[in-house]
Every structure is written in structure tokens, then in C-alpha cells.
Design a protein around this ligand. Sequence first.
Ligand code: 3PG
Length: 212
Amino acid sequence: MNDVLRQLQKIGIVPVVVINDAKDAKPLAEALIKGGLPCAEVTFRTDAAEESIKIISENFPEMFVGAGTVLTPEQADRAVAAGAKFIVSPGLNPKVVEHCIKKGYPVAPGTATPSEMEQAMSFGLDVVKFFPAENNGGLSYIKAVAAPYVGLKFMPTGGINATNVRDYLANDKILCCGGSWMVKGDLIKAGDFAKIEELTREAANIVKEVRG
Ligand code: 3PG
């Protein structure tokens, strides 16, 4: 496991964020840092993603900012050039994974089945995203499927919230959890960064409570 993934393990919860307007990147990063989760997966679903990553990485070097929803090698290059420290994707696209490995980008591809997990392992990866986590059976599925894959760690994302995140974090197969509950689009749109900070603090406190 590389240093970036180790950092993600330490932070525990990765806020998954959709930024529609790059002007929101700065106040959002400030709220996440003040709230105690200096980390974000900025999804490549909007035109503002690349610029937002650049703004965050340039202004807040202490932030572990990565790119999510990376669907092509070209997006991975753009994300890293903008300052992304890790790449996450919803599924396992061999072209994206191969490219990231070749370039030395830390990558966590999405998986949901044993075959996809084995495919990730065949690329030499020891961390995968599990997506969409709750729809695919949640923690009980991870416990069942992880048994043969000693050493494989998971980053469950999708349907995780302030209530169910505790059980995930308490399990030693979980590297960290991804989730958008503290950075919901309506809060960003309303400019309610105080609420984002409050929800982030609550999430950070859960990490402390569960993992010490
Ligand atoms: C996503 O890709 O949007 C993430 O999986 C976030 O899922 P969530 O909104 O259920 O936390």
C-alpha cells in the first residue's frame, strides 16, 4: 500500500464531492479542513472538477485531494496534472487501471464481485473501492467476500452515512469509507459551508471514536 492510501486510512472518511462551480472549491476545502477531514474525492462529473482540484491542491497543500468518477486514462492524466493525489473510479476499467499503474498514480477502481476483486489483485492492487456499497450488500457482503482475499482492503462508497459508517470503520477490511453525506450538492449550492463543516466534524469524530 502506498503512502497516499495509508493517509486515506488515517483520515478514515473520504468526502465525495460534486463541484459545479470552481468558485466553491476554496470554501469547501476550508470547511473540510476545519471540520477535520482534510480530504476530498472530487468527481470528474462536472466541467469544474479539474479546475477545482487545481484550486484545492494549490491553496491547501495539506489536503488529500483526489479525483473520482475517472472513466478514461486521459481524465486520469488531467486529474493528476491538476494536483490529484489519487484516482478513484466507479468500476474496474483495465485501460484506466493499467494507465494509472504505468504512470505511478495511486488508483482504487470500483469493484462489486469476486471476479472484479481478483482482476484488481492481478494488477497488483491491494485496495479497491466497493461500489455501490449499500446496494451490493454492504458490510456483510464485504465480510463474506473478503475472506479468501487476505490482504485486500476496501473503500466502500455509495449509501454510506453518519449512522452506518461506524460498523464499516470498525472492520479491519475497510481502508476508509467514501460518502457525500457531509458535502451534499444542495449545501454547496446554497453556500452553506458552515453546515458542511459541522457535518464534517461529526464524521471526523466518528472516525476518532471508532478507530481511536
Ligand atoms: C458517488 O459516486 O456519488 C458516491 O458513491 C457517493 O455516494 P453517496 O452519495 O451515496 O455517498
